[in-house]
Write a protein that binds this ligand. Structure first.
Ligand code: WTA
Length: 632
């Protein structure tokens, strides 16, 4: 493990080097990987177009680095431990050699079904081992994976499949989620009915349910297995060839396909994994994120496997069969590094101390948090009751677009502070600006968080629409990458993230655009208009508050109407976007130019209506009184 920072002083030196000589710095790290051909140039960039290329003309395959290169020394080491939803079912373990074989087989199945380098493959699967095989199999043959979290609806899936023009879909018959079982294949069938580009659907058997198999289109994974070889040569990829697309919500329009490429993403996820978590060779590492999100991509699969780690993958939920499940699994496998989201911690806090105190948790050495700001109360609970005041907590700030962790302490090496992410990682050059884009240099002052220099994991484009990428991230402040987050530094320069400053809300660590939810609600025939805002929620971080204006023939009973609106959202996006509150109003507060005054709606949702600020430009002031009266 040649490049792990071990002291605060070393961090400072590395950081300085990474800013003064970024190309030398990253080239030094990239040397540790297997390249078919080394790069000609480390970095080519401008933030105007934007155009960012790392390790230019380098040739590699990321799965050779995740799997093949470990075979000699770590062939019999565990790569993946899979813990099923039901603790009574037996777990499955895969050594690096076994995982290599599974990935090769899946890769050959993809080839057999017509997938070629550059083709897009959609993966809509629960957290079963075949999900991991599928992702890596795509990477092995140079197909671009687009994983869609298995809680999204058929409409959301169809939008994503069509945007990426995916040729093949990988799925399962159904999925387990706590005490529930959900017919996943049926959702895929509905989606694919609207997706002309899909030629094949490969189905993994998980529940043993009878499912509808379309002749000529659908095949069973277990039947395909009988026809394929256990070896599959890795395709040679250019550093900047697409590795994957992952859809995420922005402040406008439909979710966009964030694109990551092979070389830079590989170097960045591995480097950040080793350093932030201070990973050691014998560690059992557990990231609870679903592979359907970026955290699962970077820190359940790629980062840990690149580092040769043992990564645990969990099919279930934190509260099944009871709220002690996480802690039971930690003891069961002797987990050393545990990485989860504040929303999970807050919900388990609410379940009482007995659950966590019933387990020893002795194996834990490092704890991590990701996805949303962690409030001090949750931080302390995590620190005291899970980490027994012995384990450093890394509060890792990053985004789908950044590919990997950007701001975080290095576990036990650099300073940590509750509710603060800490310092920037080497190679990361944050900049705080005011509304006009002027740099804020003083500490303790809030501003907008930007980045002034590229890092290897940065977003390259939004799939099929480069202009949207420029508009979304590189046009707000000239020459800077804009994160969409508000932040400040404390007196010592440690970063604290305040939250989104755009129309993105973060519900239990899941990102939604308010416009995206509004568009979904507006599909309901009884709704004339709607406005959605986030508000502070004790467990979820933010809750979804929807204001809806109904048409003439809408159901008179508000409960019926609410149920209908929810049904529409579940159909358009999925259960994860269900509003917590739906208020039926006769109109929305608008300016004379017709713009919805969201500031007012946010105040109402937060229950802070004593000071609504300037309302002089309102078109119809009485509407505001009505909304305040009816607030939920
Ligand atoms: C928020 C998840 C505070 C932030 C990896 C960011 C955080 C958005 C943290 C990205 C953190 C993520 N502290 N806020 N440690 N981590 N966020 O794309 O608002 O799902 O912009 O990536 O989550 O969410 P995404």
């Amino acid at each position: 493990m040649e490049y792990q920072i071990k002291s605060y002083e070393e961090y400072q030196n590395e950081y300085r080097k990474s800013v003064e000589q970024p190309e030398e710095f990253w080239a030094g790290i990239a040397e540790n990987f297997t390249w078919r051909k080394k790069w000609d140039k480390v970095l080519d960039w401008n933030f105007e177009e934007p155009n960012v290329k790392w390790f230019v003309n380098g040739k590699l395959n990321i799965t050779e680095n995740c799997l093949d290169r470990h075979l000699e020394k770590r062939g019999n080491k565990l790569a993946l431990i899979w813990e099923p939803n039901d603790p009574k079912e037996r777990y499955i373990r895969y050594t690096y050699r076994e995982l290599h074989e599974k990935v090769c087989q899946m890769a050959n199945i993809l080839k057999r079904n017509g997938v070629q380098k550059g083709d897009r493959v959609c993966i809509y699967m629960p957290m079963i081992p075949e999900l991991a095989f599928s992702v890596l199999a795509c990477a092995r043959i140079g197909a671009v994976h687009s994983v869609i979290f298995a809680g999204f609806s058929h409409t959301a899936m169809a939008d994503r499949i069509n945007d990426a023009q995916a040729k093949v879909v990988l799925t399962s018959d159904g999925l387990n989620r706590g005490s529930k079982q959900i017919p996943v294949k049926r959702v895929v069938d509905e989606a694919v009915a609207d997706c002309p580009t899909v030629e094949k659907v490969i189905v993994v058997e998980r529940l043993g349910w009878a499912v509808n198999m379309v002749e000529g289109r659908d095949v069973w994974y277990h039947e395909e297995l009988e026809h394929v070889d256990k070896n599959c040569p890795a395709e040679e990829m250019d550093s900047e060839d697409l590795l994957f697309i992952l859809y995420t919500s922005g402040s406008t329009g439909k979710p966009k396909g964030v694109v990551h490429t092979c070389g830079g993403y590989m170097v960045y996820t591995d480097y950040t994994f080793r350093n932030v978590f201070q990973y050691q060779e014998s560690d059992v590492y557990w990231c609870t994120a679903d592979i359907g999100w970026i955290t699962g991509h970077s820190y359940l699969l790629y980062g840990p496997l690149l580092s040769g780690a043992t990564s645990l993958m969990f099919e279930g939920v934190p509260t099944f069969p009871d709220a002690g499940r996480f802690w039971q699994v930690i003891d069961k496998f002797g987990v050393n590094i545990f990485y989860t989201a504040p929303t999970a911690i807050r919900s388990l806090m609410g379940a009482g101390l007995d659950h966590v105190l019933s387990y020893s948790l002795d194996s834990l050495r490092v704890l991590g948090s990701v996805g949303e700001p962690i409030n001090e109360e949750a931080w302390h609970w995590y620190h005291i009751h899970v980490g027994k005041e012995r384990c450093p907590i890394v509060d890792t700030w990053w985004q789908t677009e950044t590919g990997g962790i950007m701001l975080s302490s290095l576990a036990g090496v650099t300073p940590m502070k509750p509710s603060h992410a800490g310092f920037a990682l080497p190679g990361i050059q944050p900049l705080l600006v005011d509304q006009e884009g002027n740099e804020i240099t003083e500490n303790e002052k809030e501003g907008y968080l930007c980045m002034k220099f590229p890092w290897p994991g940065i977003i390259r484009t939004t799939y099929g629409d480069h202009e949207r990428c420029r508009q979304s991230y590189f046009s707000t402040y000239k020459g800077l990458y804009f994160t969409g987050d508000g932040a400040k530094r404390d007196k010592d320069g440690l970063w604290r993230i305040i939250g989104r400053v755009d129309d993105v809300i973060n519900v239990s660590g899941h990102r939604f655009g308010t416009a995206e939810i509004e568009n979904a609600i507006n599909q309901n025939k009884h709704i004339v208009e709607s406005a959605v805002v986030g508000y502070p929620h004790e467990v979820k971080g933010q809750g979804i508050y929807a204001f809806v204006v109904t048409g003439e023939n809408a159901p008179a009973n508000p409960e019926n109407l609410r149920a209908e609106v929810i049904e529409t959202i579940v159909d358009q996006i999925g259960k994860i976007a269900k509003p917590d509150k739906i208020q039926i109003v006769s109109g929305l507060p608008k300016t004379r130019s017709g713009k919805i005054m969201r500031r007012i709606l946010r105040k109402v949702a937060e229950g802070e209506t004593s000071n609504l600020g300037d309302t002089s430009t309102l078109l119809d002031p009485p509407v505001v009184d009505e909304i305040i009266q009816g607030a939920l």
